[in-house]
Design a protein around this ligand. Structure first.
Ligand SMILES: Cc1ncc(COP(=O)(O)O)c(C=O)c1O
Length: 310
């Protein structure tokens, strides 16, 4: 079964979904993306589209920042995604990738007087970071873009150049992932993940004012930590050196899940092995992301694939 796309208001084979070389978003990064997990449960033979409404709410926020107007509600966007997943016929974890973009084939740097469009593609989802065994990280020489430059609370395409610079620098220096600091030297986040520390038994994570994307996995982990483990999360500025003295550190993100960080800047974190709190949160998250914890029905959008019809 060929992969499908939702493109220019209709479903079509992915191979037919093409944009013109003059498309504004291609030249200037004037677009918003989302990344949504469709977790395949082979026992129940269904997908759990995890917190899909929250992803689309966040995307519509990014669209407001970029003055992109879409003719869809959150509910309609969810239904389009379900139809695409059904048509694509996957029976494994998928990654739903919506893109709202400035579609005019026009040159000129601006946000106004341009047309907007929207597409969704769906792909398989190979592991992004080695969340099983833990990752080695480093503090990047690149700084996180500031809200006064390109607002990081939106998943704005142009902003990912900042992430890509940091990720490739880390990779070429032999690390798995980068940690970016803000302009004033506080910890912000990974290139595509939020970051948490366990310090004196408390969970700590940088606040929205330190230029993070307000991650949906971050929010999920904070709620699981409070409800299931009785651990509150403190959202506060984090110094670089606190990373080195933390008992545990981990990244959170849709692609990365809960990924333990075992080493930062050649210093082992805690014992250098996956920590107790991280391990518990990983287990809890693994259950909720496939829709298996009945306490959180509002997080699950369950889809049992139907016969394909186009
Ligand atoms: C820069 C950045 N930070 C954090 C995250 C984690 O956000 P979420 O948990 O919503 O996937 C992502 C993932 O998309 C990201 O790109």
């Amino acid at each position: 079964m060929p992969p499908y796309a939702f493109f220019q208001k209709q479903f079509m084979p992915l191979s037919e979904a093409k944009i013109g070389v003059l498309t504004h978003a291609l030249h200037y990064g004037t677009a918003c993306i989302e990344g949504i997990r469709g977790n395949w449960d082979s026992r129940q033979r269904r997908f759990c589209l995890f917190r899909i409404q929250d992803h689309y709410r966040r995307m519509l926020g990014g669209c407001r920042i970029l003055k992109i107007t879409l003719p869809y509600t959150v509910d309609k966007l969810c239904r389009l995604s379900v139809e695409l997943v059904n048509k694509s016929g996957y029976q494994e974890d998928v990654y739903i990738r919506p893109l709202a973009y400035k579609s005019s084939e026009a040159l000129g740097v601006r946000l106004h007087n341009l047309e907007d469009d929207f597409l969704i593609v769906v792909t398989t989802l190979p592991p992004y970071l080695d969340a099983e065994n833990g990752v080695r990280s480093c503090v990047s020489s690149w700084r996180r873009v500031d809200d006064t430059m390109i607002p990081p609370r939106g998943k704005i395409c142009g902003i990912y150049v900042n992430s890509a610079l940091a990720k490739t620098e880390a990779y070429e220096n032999g690390f798995d992932e980068a940690i970016l600091l803000t302009q004033d030297g506080h910890v912000s986040e990974g290139s595509g993940e939020n970051i948490f520390l366990v310090l004196e038994g408390k969970l700590i994570t940088p606040p929205s004012s330190d230029n993070i994307l307000m991650g949906i996995t971050r929010d999920t982990v904070m709620k699981l930590a409070k409800n299931e483990l009785g651990i509150d999360t403190i959202e506060r500025q984090v110094d670089r050196s606190e990373l080195y003295v933390a008992e545990e550190c981990f990244f959170t993100g849709t692609a990365a899940n809960v990924a333990p960080i075992l080493e930062i800047d050649h210093r082992p974190i805690g014992t250098g092995k996956i920590g107790r709190v991280t391990a518990k949160l990983r287990k809890l998250f693994a259950e909720v992301m496939v829709g298996r914890n009945a306490k959180y029905p509002e997080w699950y959008y369950l889809v049992s694939p139907k016969a394909v019809k186009v």
